[in-house]
Ligand binder design. Structure first.
Ligand code: ADP
Ligand code: NA
Length: 344
């Protein structure tokens, strides 16, 4: 098999929730542990991306260290993966600038993430009027920074959810555009492939028509890495289900119940079909009790490890420094070649 360079990133914002773990980080750990000795596996905590939205500097600084502790607590192993803070490696910013100079504005305007921001900023009195003065340039160009994150390592595989397909398409376009413009004979940048994360969309415990998210105002809608066993129990007990008797898996008509079943399935490794028959003649109370227990079993040791690591800031700083050195070693080779190709 040919050598793979796997790259993915996560923003350092807030305490990680169950959706982030089941939808992203658990997959990272799996990829890391299944990687061969030839593969490079690189995970970045992308602080510059977090700046596209207003951040409290003190909080951001704490979240940044917390995210590193979180990744380690869930099993990202710095001996197997390169794990580092994006802002510790200036190569990302330099390459982002260079790529922005071959990125058509129109392409960024077509990003659905940008269109959603525009829609949010529409004038309340006049729907047709968009107030661009309320939107910062970073929010517009961050897909280019994402492309730089990936291409700085000449990554071949990018494990991200389907919501990132359009952004990865831009990375692919920019890689091709760069190769065509500056490196016609060889393919300097590999065209990165999306490794679609097996769809495990965790829904809000309070509104099962939306996904579990850190931005929902009601904190009881999500399970956090730091939740104690009694907090988990309380949140699951309060999860919105339905009044249909019995337990069945029907995501369309019974989203709340089905969400609990998929969480249970993710925790125990059983399929939903194996789980459902056990609830014959039983109700939501039984299911919720089992989900809370399974979640506690899943989260207990990462939670304890997270709290232990929070007391080891010196250790975290040394892991971050080693990760940054490894990342820089790789990406500075890319940037050296890029500078030569562009003539600077
Ligand atoms: P949030 O939606 O809470 O702001 P992010 O957008 O920062 O989370 O997502 C970080 C990672 O976690 C992404 O890879 C995203 O796809 C994944 N993720 C976030 N929420 C969920 C969810 N409810 N179910 C599955 N994956 C999720
Ligand atoms: Na989000």
């Amino acid at each position: 098999a040919s050598k793979r360079v796997i790259f993915s990133g996560i923003q350092p914002t807030g305490i990680l929730h169950l959706g982030n773990y089941l939808g992203a980080i658990s997959n990272w750990v799996k990829l890391q542990n299944e990687a061969t000795a030839d593969d490079d596996v690189i995970f970045s905590i992308v602080g510059w991306h977090a700046l596209t939205l207003p951040q409290n500097p003190k909080e951001l600084s704490k979240s940044r260290a917390n995210m590193l502790a979180t990744l380690l607590a869930f099993g990202i192993d710095p001996k197997k993966s390169t794990v580092f803070h994006q802002e510790d490696n200036q190569c990302h910013a330099e390459l982002a600038w260079i790529l922005s100079c071959i990125t058509p504005v129109g392409k960024l305007r077509r990003m659905t993430t940008w269109k959603a921001r525009l829609a949010d900023s529409r004038n309340a009195n006049d729907e047709s009027e968009v107030d661009e003065s309320m939107l910062n340039t970073g929010l517009f160009t961050y897909p280019v920074l994402q492309a730089a994150d990936i291409l700085a390592y000449r990554a071949t595989h990018v494990p991200v959810g389907e919501d990132q397909t359009q952004h990865l398409e831009l990375s692919r376009d920019l890689a091709e555009n760069f190769n065509r413009t500056f490196n016609s004979k060889k393919r300097f940048f590999p065209i990165p492939t999306q490794l679609i994360t097996p769809c495990r969309r965790v829904l809000s415990l309070k509104d099962p028509s939306s996904k579990m998210s850190k931005s929902a105002p009601d904190v009881s809608s999500r399970i956090l890495l730091t939740d104690t066993s009694s907090q988990i129990e309380r949140k699951i007990k309060g999860a919105v289900t339905d009044s249909t008797p019995g337990i069945s898996y029907d995501p369309v008509n019974r989203p709340g119940t089905s969400n609990l079943l998929s969480i249970l399935s993710a925790c125990t490794g059983e399929t939903v079909d194996q789980i459902v028959p056990r609830y014959e003649g039983k109700g939501h109370g039984h299911l919720k009790k089992d989900v809370a227990e399974a979640l506690e079993c899943l989260m207990k040791s990462p939670r304890e490890e997270f709290h232990r690591l929070q007391e080891e800031q010196g250790f975290l700083a040394s892991i971050a420094a080693e990760g940054a050195a490894k990342a820089k070693e790789r990406s500075s080779k890319t940037l050296k070649a890029v500078r030569e190709m562009i003539g600077l």
